[in-house]
Design a protein around this ligand. Structure first.
Ligand SMILES: N=C(N)NCCCC(=O)O
Ligand SMILES: [Zn+2]
Ligand SMILES: [Zn+2]
Length: 330
């Protein structure tokens, strides 16, 4: 193993694993420190245990903690991106946002406010859901800081539907609301991994009109990861980027633990490789949603989710490091 950086003013990283057990003690993401153990964080992992917006099987409120448990074994060096994510920048676990499960409108306001506070504190956010409803308040908070952002949305579903049973705020509608609110940069919107039956042809026409490009799950298989990454990265350019990952983008063989599974999805290997390909992008925050551990087996879903979050955290840590050095060296 290459030696990890360390010393005065270096970020507080997880304990060396030859001295502590990966499988003991409270589960913060990757065994990183809690936010209250450090002055501030450049990357904050935050849970949003809210799933009152689901249209089918519930249970994603338990997703964040399942991902934290599954992330215990993540080691400190990321060879795919060539850095120690927890040593470059301060990465900390900010705990959970308590959103009212009986009132979606209030929950959305709570999430937006709490995310805004963490962003104002200088952190990029890696949010662990929760169902996909939470992407809307997270995008609002991010757009308030950065203006309209580019969106890379990994999902079996479009999540741009108008309403369910007349309700506008659900896990199938966050991105239509976000387009309507002007918080997305409509010249750089992409869905990746889309597949399965939809409600009608109009769904696709609406997405085109909103500005979404679509890379289906079959496109990834036919064209290959490298070509897809190149196309996505070109579209994103230098814009501030928000990545939203619905774990159902993965095939149910790779992610059975989710509420609305669809056959024919990405492999976890494909997803991780696409995420690594985003390393040059200006990733400002990300979410990972729809892990529902009650339907999982042998932690397949939460392990895959923890690795996806680790890749995004690595990108954000790398981006934050120069800021940290500038601050320390005046
Ligand atoms: N899993 C998410 N986010 N959305 C699924 C909505 C699909 C539907 O209810 O028709
Ligand atoms: Zn989905
Ligand atoms: Zn979704």
């Amino acid at each position: 193993m290459t030696e990890a950086p360390g010393g005065v003013n270096q970020p507080l990283a997880p304990e060396e694993s030859d001295r502590t057990l990966h499988f003991a003690g409270p589960a913060t993401f990757g065994r990183i420190p809690r936010l209250d153990q450090v002055d501030s964080a450049e990357v904050a992992v935050v849970g949003v245990p809210f799933d009152s917006g689901v249209s089918y099987r519930p249970g994603a409120r338990f997703g964040g903690n399942a991902v934290r448990e599954a992330s215990r074994m993540l080691r400190p060096y990321n060879p795919a991106q060539g850095i120690y994510p927890y040593h470059y920048s301060q990465v900390a676990d900010a705990g959970d946002i308590s959103a009212n499960p009986f009132n979606i409108n209030e929950a959305i306001e709570t999430i937006e406010a709490a995310a805004g506070e963490l962003l104002d504190g200088g952190a990029r956010l890696m949010t662990l859901g929760g169902d996909h409803t939470i992407a809307l308040p997270l995008l609002r908070a991010v757009a308030r800081k950065h203006g309209p952002v580019a969106l890379l949305h990994f999902d079996a579903h479009l999540d741009t539907w108008d309403s369910y049973f007349g309700e506008q705020y659900t896990h199938g509608t966050p991105f239509r609301r976000a387009v309507e609110e002007g918080i997305l940069d409509t010249s750089a919107l992409s869905h990746v991994g889309t597949r399965g039956p939809i409600y009608g042809e109009k769904d696709l026409k609406d997405n085109e009109a909103m500005g979404f490009g679509i890379v289906t799950s079959a496109d990834v298989m036919r064209r290959g990861v490298d070509e897809v990454v190149q196309q996505l990265v070109e579209r994103i350019g230098n814009r501030p980027l928000y990545v939203s990952i619905d774990i159902d983008v993965l095939d149910p063989a790779h992610a059975p633990g989710t509420g609305t599974p669809e056959a024919g999805g990405l492999t976890s290997r494909e997803l991780l490789e696409i995420l690594r390909g985003l390393a040059g992008c200006q990733l400002v925050s990300a979410d990972l949603v729809e892990v529902a551990p009650a339907y999982d087996h042998a932690d397949i879903t939460s392990v895959a989710a923890s690795h996806a979050a680790y890749e995004l955290i690595t990108i954000m840590s790398k981006l934050s490091a120069p800021l940290r050095w500038r601050k320390l060296n005046g």
